[in-house]
Design a protein around this ligand. Structure first.
Ligand SMILES: *[C@@H]1O[C@H](CO)[C@@H](O)[C@H](O)[C@H]1NC(C)=O
Ligand SMILES: *[C@@H]1O[C@H](CO)[C@@H](O)[C@H](O)[C@H]1NC(C)=O
Ligand SMILES: *[C@@H]1O[C@H](CO)[C@@H](O)[C@H](O)[C@H]1NC(C)=O
Ligand SMILES: *[C@@H]1O[C@H](CO)[C@@H](O)[C@H](O)[C@H]1NC(C)=O
Ligand SMILES: *[C@@H]1O[C@H](CO)[C@@H](O)[C@H](O)[C@H]1NC(C)=O
Length: 467
């Protein structure tokens, strides 16, 4: 389909080298739900960008613009990191698209939206802005309520909105979070992509959640092979490699497998229990487990007492044993008797459960996980609980640095999220330290730009699937 000649590639490399090299961006999302245990300064040292998540996208629409209060004082956040670390704010996130849809509608709404974003960034002293629209053109949380066919206007509107935001916040950088699965790249097509890339300074590729509740069979959620395919899809769309940050997930995912089916032989293609209801809501048969202490090394207080206010579980001294309204402690820490309380995710140390005990199963998965060397993914099938687990290990992260970040000359790495790695910070430390030797070619101010307006030209080796 497209040919990258040796001549073109090598002259690009020569120009890139002539314009110098720079260190990788090390970007970490800091989400509002994981703030209880934060890393000390000697662990955060080396992080270059922090993205606080999330500001509601609807706060910036037209005259209804409201004030945004960060979940933590920005100067306090700054103090957690090296001096000079860039602190940004992410707008949107999963299930929050309404503000983007409304704000991107026409020229006037885009201008207002952009100015409101810029004012907010200025007032809190944010160094950059990150747009997490999941996703322009559809396939978001509401895809069953509002079909993609009603969102086609968002596709041409998206680059225009980005352009306005960039103009309004300039010289502050603008970044975006983009999907990892080809099926979600609705707005990232041949026609729109050049304008998208031109408007942004860097792109956080969400190379995780490759397996999610819309799937019917097991696969890795953040393996090397699929991560590389995601990166290559963006390179094919003309995105300059130095703008790309490869995404890493500081959490494992689990899925209930079809009862009675043996999934011990392979991580790929084993049937799972329907994980999404027909209306698009979560069926409660799958979920994620962060690498937090409470999950990786859970400790249950010895002196649990019966819950008096309905709360229970990890982090509390309360069990649901003896609670009249229900003896099951849900994964979210509430006593009750519904399937959501007693089924998958139910905390067996804090009451009775009918479903599999997720924490116990997670311990087994971490201890007995199997490496799929070919795909570059870690997995485990718990035969007793009939649960499939998929996650990333430091060893596999290290392979990604070499086989993706270095091989494609990417500009950085990114992870979701800071507080989710609190058990031993091993993934975070790897992300920052094991990438130290990698440099990326810096885009020269004039010379190399012509190349990037057309096809992407990856540094180093040719991409095998094109030859
Ligand atoms: C950070 O400092 C603490 C306390 O001095 C020490 O225990 C820990 O090992 C250090 N961690 C790293 C990654 O240097
Ligand atoms: C964002 O704000 C809108 C409008 O106030 C609200 O309906 C929506 O629930 C909010 N979204 C989130 C994720 O908080
Ligand atoms: C944030 O911290 C700064 C410096 O400590 C302080 O002056 C300011 O009042 C704080 N703002 C809020 C909203 O707490
Ligand atoms: C899962 O199965 C449903 C029903 O057959 C189908 O519509 C859907 O496309 C499948 N999902 C994937 C990711 O293949
Ligand atoms: C449980 O024991 C711990 C440690 O001895 C103590 O701090 C805590 O107050 C006790 N909790 C209850 C509910 O008795």
């Amino acid at each position: 389909m497209r040919v990258h000649g040796n001549l073109v590639s090598s002259s690009f490399v020569a120009l890139a080298l002539a314009s110098g090299v720079q260190c990788l961006r090390k970007v970490i999302y800091f989400d509002q739900y994981h703030t209880a245990t934060l890393p000390p300064r000697n662990v955060t040292s080396g992080i270059t960008h922090v993205v606080m998540a999330f500001a509601n996208s609807s706060l910036f629409i037209g005259d209804t613009a409201g004030p945004y209060t960060p979940f933590m004082n920005v100067s306090d956040v700054r103090n957690l990191f090296d001096q000079g670390t860039q602190i940004g704010i992410a707008l949107g996130g999963w299930a929050d698209t309404a503000g983007f849809s409304a704000g991107s509608k026409d020229d006037a709404s885009r201008k207002t939206y952009a100015q409101n974003v810029a004012d907010m960034a200025d007032s809190h002293g944010f160094d950059f802005v990150d747009i997490d629209w999941e996703y322009p053109g559809g396939n978001g949380a509401d895809y069953k309520e509002v079909p993609n066919s009603e969102k086609v206007d968002e596709i041409p509107a998206y680059p225009k909105l980005l352009k306005e935001i960039k103009a309004a916040i300039s010289p502050k950088p603008l970044s975006i979070a983009v999907p990892g699965l080809p099926r979600d790249l609705l707005a990232y097509n041949e026609e729109q992509s050049p304008d998208i890339w031109a408007a942004v300074d860097f792109v956080n590729v969400m190379s995780y959640d490759f397996m999610n509740r819309r799937d019917n069979e097991t696969k890795h959620h953040t393996d090397l092979r699929t991560s590389l395919e995601a990166v290559d899809a963006y390179l094919d769309l003309g995105l300059c490699p130095s703008k790309i940050n490869l995404g890493f997930a500081f959490y494992a995912k689990y899925f209930q497998t079809e009862p009675g089916v043996d999934c011990s032989a392979t991580p790929i293609g084993c049937p799972i229990v329907k994980a999404e209801n027909d209306d698009g809501s979560d069926a409660g048969t799958s979920g994620s487990m962060t690498f937090e202490t409470a999950n990786v090394a859970p400790s249950v207080p010895g002196n649990l007492s019966t819950s008096t206010d309905g709360s229970c579980g990890t982090g509390t001294p309360f069990t649901c044993q003896g609670v009249a309204d229900g003896q099951c402690c849900s994964q979210y820490g509430f006593c009750g008797s519904s399937a959501a309380h007693c089924g998958t995710g139910c905390q067996s140390d804090y009451g009775t459960c009918s479903g599999p005990a997720i924490l116990d199963s997670f311990s087994k998965a971490l201890k007995n996980g199997i490496t799929d060397d070919e795909a570059g993914g870690q997995w485990y099938w718990d035969a007793d609980a009939e649960l499939f687990w998929t996650y990333d290990t430091v060893a596999l992260m290290q392979r990604k640095y070499t086989e993706i970040v270095k091989a494609r000359g990417l500009g950085g790495v990114m992870a979701w999220s800071l507080g989710e790695d609190s058990y031993d910070w091993s993934h975070l430390l790897s992300l920052v330290h094991d990438t130290r030797g990698i440099r990326t070619a810096r885009r020269g101010p004039v010379k190399t730009s012509g190349f990037h307006q057309g096809r992407a030209l990856p540094l180093g080796s040719h991409r095998s699937r094109h030859v």
